[in-house]
Design a protein around this ligand. Structure first.
Ligand SMILES: NC(=O)CC[C@H](N)C(=O)O
Length: 427
């Protein structure tokens, strides 16, 4: 069988229809781009990438670099310090608008050029070149391959960078720019000139979708940094069409003037498209349309609310033990459901087995709720046997030194026994 995913994305390209708009021409080298290029890539969190069209054609990352450099600035300086330099309010302005908050002097957000230039200057590095090296290194780790700078595009943009230069000098006058304006604009322009393919962008998006961890398990961004970046992309990533985007497509995204567009469905998937003609906002015309189609077809909208508790928790009596068999990933709402099962546990000293052998992941809040529930069962007088072969509850203490874990915890009880019995009965 060939997965229908492949047919789907090919069909998407074939049916996307007429293009509109124009390739960016304010950067002379971009005006040379082949306007008919068209590509899409979808990357899953475990590393599978589906591509169609011109998926291996390189183009410059341009403004899609902004959220990534912002992430590095936060990792280097801490969020507080970055917030003192750059606000996080959607501006409703065009990407290159000369706008600063009149009260604080801060650029409105890191997705417009003023904020992105300020963010670039906040990245640590011995000098301007070292800063750019660290930035390219981060992008490469996110892309899973070594990326380089398209020197021709860089030279071309730098020769026409008067407006960005003006922004940098203006930031300097209000004390929001670290470093020399010419160095910073040069570095910022180099960051915008990093060459990528849709495959690279989809993979980067998938790392952001996974909370900052690559498919190979390398943590590239801390969870709090990742969350800040996604939040800002959701509210400011599409410039003056950000509100329209969030309602119609509904995921954090970032566009670039070379025609790239990257979107992130947190916890699910990273998507990228490429088509150089731009609409009036500077976003890829067909790119936006492909995202609208995909998000509709694939049900990817952050605000698609549904009642979904993905965990099954069953209580069974086995060999005089009360056994809670839990299956699925644990978040707050699953932990809450499990607590209701614990609450029904009669006060007494019957051993309670908590079998997490079918649970691979628990987020921090679920872990804390679970540990507190276990502590309370223990206070009620129960002996607790915790079967946690994957270590999802970590090594955190419950205040109960007698917890029995892993193999020894099993006693007379076979993990997954209930599921086995149930399938035998059905079988
Ligand atoms: N929207 C964009 O992609 C703009 C990036 C471009 N390098 C600029 O600063 O003008």
């Amino acid at each position: 069988m060939q997965t229908p995913m492949i047919d789907y994305i090919h069909l998407l390209l074939e049916s996307i229809g007429e293009d509109g708009g124009h390739v960016a021409s304010y950067i002379p080298e971009l005006a040379q781009a082949n306007p008919d290029r068209l590509a899409v890539a979808i990357a899953t969190l475990d590393g599978k990438v589906y591509v169609a069209g011109d998926a291996d054609v390189e183009f410059t990352i341009q403004s899609i670099s902004k959220p990534l450099t912002y992430a590095l600035a936060i990792a280097d300086q801490g969020l507080e310090s970055v917030l003192q330099h750059i606000d996080v309010e959607p501006s409703g302005d065009a990407f290159n608008e000369i706008s600063l908050d009149p009260d604080t002097g801060r650029p409105r957000n890191p997705m417009i050029n003023a904020g992105a230039i300020a963010a670039h200057a906040l990245v640590s590095g011995e000098d301007a070149d070292a800063r750019v090296d660290r930035i390219v290194d981060l992008y490469s780790r996110l892309a899973g391959r070594s990326l380089s700078i398209a020197e021709d595009v860089f030279e071309s943009e730098l020769s026409e960078a008067d407006r960005n230069m003006a922004l940098a000098y203006m930031l300097r006058t209000v004390g929001k720019l670290e470093g020399t304006p010419t160095d910073v604009v040069r570095g910022y322009t180099r960051q915008c000139s990093v060459s990528v393919t849709v495959r690279d962008l989809a993979r980067m998006a998938s790392v952001l979708a996974a909370g900052g961890v690559t498919a190979e398990g390398e943590r590239v961004l801390e969870p709090e940094v990742n969350r800040q970046v996604l939040s800002v992309m959701a509210t400011c990533g599409m410039y003056n069409s950000a509100g329209d985007w969030l309602t119609s497509v509904g995921i954090p995204a970032k566009s670039g003037v070379a025609g790239g567009l990257m979107g992130i469905m947190p916890g699910q998937v990273g998507i990228a498209v490429f088509s150089p003609r731009l609409d009036a906002h500077g976003n890829s015309t067909r790119g936006v349309r492909m995202f609208e189609r995909m998000n509709h077809d694939l049900g990817l909208h952050l605000m698609n609310a549904s009642a979904s508790v993905s965990t099954v928790s069953r209580r069974v009596e086995i060999d005089g033990c009360s056994v809670h068999e839990i299956t699925g990933d644990l978040h707050f709402i699953e932990a809450e459901r499990i607590m209701r099962g614990f609450e029904d546990e009669p006060v007494g000293d019957a051993p309670v087995v908590i079998d997490l052998s079918q649970v691979r992941r628990a987020n921090d809040i679920a872990r804390r709720v679970m540990l507190e529930g276990i502590r309370r069962l223990h206070l009620d007088g129960h002996e607790i046997r915790l079967v946690d072969p994957w270590g999802v509850l970590g090594s955190a203490e419950t205040g109960n030194g007698e917890l029995v874990r892993g193999e020894q915890a099993r006693g007379g009880y076979v993990p997954g026994a209930f599921a086995n019995v149930a399938s035998a009965v059905r079988g």
